[in-house]
Design a protein around this ligand. Structure first.
Ligand SMILES: *[C@@H]1O[C@H](CO)[C@@H](O)[C@H](O)[C@H]1NC(C)=O
Length: 324
């Protein structure tokens, strides 16, 4: 049975209230301020009864208005009632679950109190069905601000000092990696005789011995004329990949006379690239060779990397195959 409503029937009794109040003043010891009459009385059918004290329940309601009925004690440890009560039974004590511990035992006047065991918690604004495990470590870049307790998980927040160092440690390796990838890709595309190309073309992986000159052969059957056309097309690659400052040495290793070099320069004054093509053309007229002669000359003067780069581009294009 629930406590009966006390909010009815007060207005007509306004006058009497003062009188009841006087009776109360005489009858009940006042501990802390003046209790409201609704805390002391409840409605039992047509009459108003005084509530039973905390730790008891109403065994029999009163039969005369404004008196107390028969009160019986709750079973200490298993039932309880809080404050003056109009209930005809005591309330059952809370039993702590296995994942909880008892903070306060149940008494006749107060329910037991349970909380999650150490290392677990239940959010205070949720019904606690099961205790959750506390978060042990804060995510990188954050630090513990409040430790876990029975009603709240560990609270992490941005580290107050040195947080930028943490970020640096996270970001720096990533940046380095991106940089390396970019550089490697760039090198593979346009390899000149520089350090990074030495790294990617002459270092690990493929067994490339700079002492063995690269040698090419035509990838398919073709007549002389076509062979010549394709060979002439390779000259651009030599101009592009042999470093400018090594070109003169390259020409000397092809045994091109100084006269011929000078002539080629004179005839193409404003265009260094055309000068170089003209030199190769002159060399070819004097001494009809093939792509392997040019590559061998590069190896002779230790331009292994450009030689390999040119060879691999030609193989990629599909006109040549490597034969050693
Ligand atoms: C548990 O920690 C929260 C903050 O993380 C705090 O507000 C609360 O008062 C603490 N509760 C107890 C019982 O310590």
């Amino acid at each position: 049975m629930a406590p009966r409503g006390e909010s009815t029937g007060y207005a007509p009794m306004a006058k009497l209230t003062l009188c009841f109040f006087c009776i109360f003043l005489l009858a009940a010891p006042i501990t802390n301020g003046l209790p409201l009459s609704s805390d002391l009385y409840y409605q039992e059918g047509n009459i108003r009864c005084l509530r039973c004290p905390a730790g008891t329940f109403v065994e029999k309601p009163c039969t005369k208005p404004d008196t107390i009925g028969e009160c019986s004690s709750c079973h200490t440890g298993s039932t309880y009632s809080e404050g003056p009560t109009g209930l005809d039974h005591c309330l059952t004590c809370l039993r702590c679950r296995d994942d909880q511990e008892e903070v306060r035992p149940c008494t006749a006047t107060q329910n037991a109190e349970c909380r999650c065991k150490k290392g677990t918690y239940c959010p205070i604004d949720h019904p606690c069905e099961v205790c959750l495990t506390c978060t042990e470590k804060c995510p990188p870049g954050q630090e513990l601000q409040f430790p876990c307790n029975s009603t709240s998980d560990s609270q992490c927040g941005p580290a107050e000092s040195g947080s930028w160092i943490v970020w640096l440690w996270l970001v720096l390796p990533l940046l380095l990696l991106v940089l390396i990838v970019v550089v490697l890709c760039k090198c593979r595309k346009q390899c000149k005789d520089d350090l990074c190309c030495v790294l990617i073309t002459e270092n690990p992986g493929r067994e490339e011995n700079p002492l063995i000159p690269v040698q090419l052969a035509f990838a398919r059957e073709m007549d002389r004329e076509e062979q010549e056309t394709i060979f002439r097309q390779t000259w651009d690659l030599f101009v592009e990949h042999v470093p400018m400052e090594k070109w003169a040495q390259f020409m000397r290793s092809l045994r091109l006379s100084d006269n011929t070099v000078w002539e080629a320069k004179e005839n193409n004054r404003d265009n260094a690239r055309e000068q170089n093509i003209a030199m190769l053309r002159a060399w070819y007229q004097q001494n009809p060779g093939d792509v392997n002669d040019l590559l061998a000359s590069l190896h002779d003067i230790n331009l292994h990397t450009p030689a390999r780069t040119i060879a691999s581009i030609l193989v990629q294009k599909g006109d040549y195959v490597e034969i050693n």
